[in-house]
Write a protein that binds this ligand. Structure first.
Ligand code: CUA
Length: 322
């Protein structure tokens, strides 16, 4: 009979997460046993009518107190350091990741691949590659949970959260929404399909979306009129976007922020919240005029500008008269 109690260990961190889980359970069980066995023993030893010695005990107080403070302290601080270490690994995607976008909405998961492929309630990934998910919610809080990869992250409206994994085994694994998000929450499930890297390339080619995600983003960028101010010789002076992603941006109020996905998102939706030093607050908000999917496309486009030199990039094309 196939009745697995634990999901498969199918990612690089699965083993270390399980080790902590079992270590914590073991230490907690031992502590509970120690305390309860002592209680039971004393219950019998000092029962009413038992001729036990009840005179005050003369023990080396200092030694005992130091022992029972220091040993558990070391033990539990050790567990804390161990857990924190794994947590930090889990929170920080290593460089060179394959960057995918995920949009949660009642009640489905939408995935965007950089090559332009899109899927719903399925996530195809190559084995052995680090995959970083940038996640947004279109409505309420969801949570992207991959039990076999031992990773889970809330997907929150109004901001981006990230999650990363490196799948180690080819196969199909469960994907769950792990945050109660409405009547069909339990149906907000799907599959992660881990493929051989060559098969993944074949799968991408078969999907043949026609344009990459960055190209789709560029199209939106022009349709929404962003290029009018942000590219080439525009009348309105706006901060250039080439090479912006990942760089520190000095703001008018003296602060310096890093231009990550969240910053670019805020700059599109709440343009007056963080004004780049040396520029006027003239950009209109696109709140309500743009979907989460379009936002992620435009952000992917702006990220793709990082590698292009400003002169030969899209900037030169924007020199054409509008
Ligand atoms: Cu989405 Cu529960």
């Amino acid at each position: 009979m196939n009745f697995p109690i634990f999901p498969e260990q199918a990612s690089t961190i699965a083993r270390s997460v399980d080790q902590i889980y079992f270590a914590l359970t073991t230490v907690s069980s031992l502590m509970v046993l120690l305390i309860f066995l002592t209680i039971v023993y004393f219950c019998f030893k000092y029962r009413r009518g038992k001729p036990a010695d009840r005179s005050p005990a003369r023990l080396p107080q200092m030694t005992i107190e130091v022992t029972w403070i220091v040993i558990p302290l070391l033990l539990f601080m050790g567990l804390f350091a161990w857990g924190a270490n794994v947590y930090f690994v889990q929170q920080r995607p290593p460089p060179g990741a394959l960057e995918l976008n995920v949009i949660g909405k009642q009640w489905m998961w939408k995935v965007q691949h950089p090559e332009g492929n899109r899927e719903i309630n399925e996530l195809h990934v190559p084995r052995g590659r680090i995959v970083k998910l940038t996640m947004a919610s279109q409505d309420v809080i969801h949570s992207f949970y991959l039990p076999s990869f031992r990773t889970k992250m809330d997907v929150v409206p109004g901001r981006y959260t990230t999650e990363w994994f490196q799948a180690t085994k080819i196969g199909t694994y469960h994907l769950f929404c792990a945050e109660y998000c409405g009547t069909k929450h339990s149906g907000m499930v799907g599959h992660v399909i881990v493929m051989d890297p060559a098969d993944y390339q074949t799968w991408l080619a078969q999907g043949s979306p026609g344009s990459t995600l960055a190209q789709a983003g560029e199209k939106r960028f022009r349709e929404l009129g962003c290029s009018g101010c942000h590219m080439g010789s525009s009348i309105v002076r706006a901060p250039p976007l080439e090479g912006l992603y990942g760089k520190p941006v000095p703001l008018q109020n003296g602060q310096i922020v890093v231009a990550d996905e969240g910053y670019i998102r805020d700059s599109i939706l709440l343009p007056n919240a963080q004004i780049t030093a040396g520029y006027d607050a003239v950009m209109p908000s696109f709140q309500g005029h743009i979907t989460e999917e379009e936002l992620l496309e435009i952000i992917t486009y702006i990220k793709s500008l990082g590698s292009k030199p400003p002169e030969q990039g899209v900037g030169s094309r924007a020199m054409e008269p509008r």
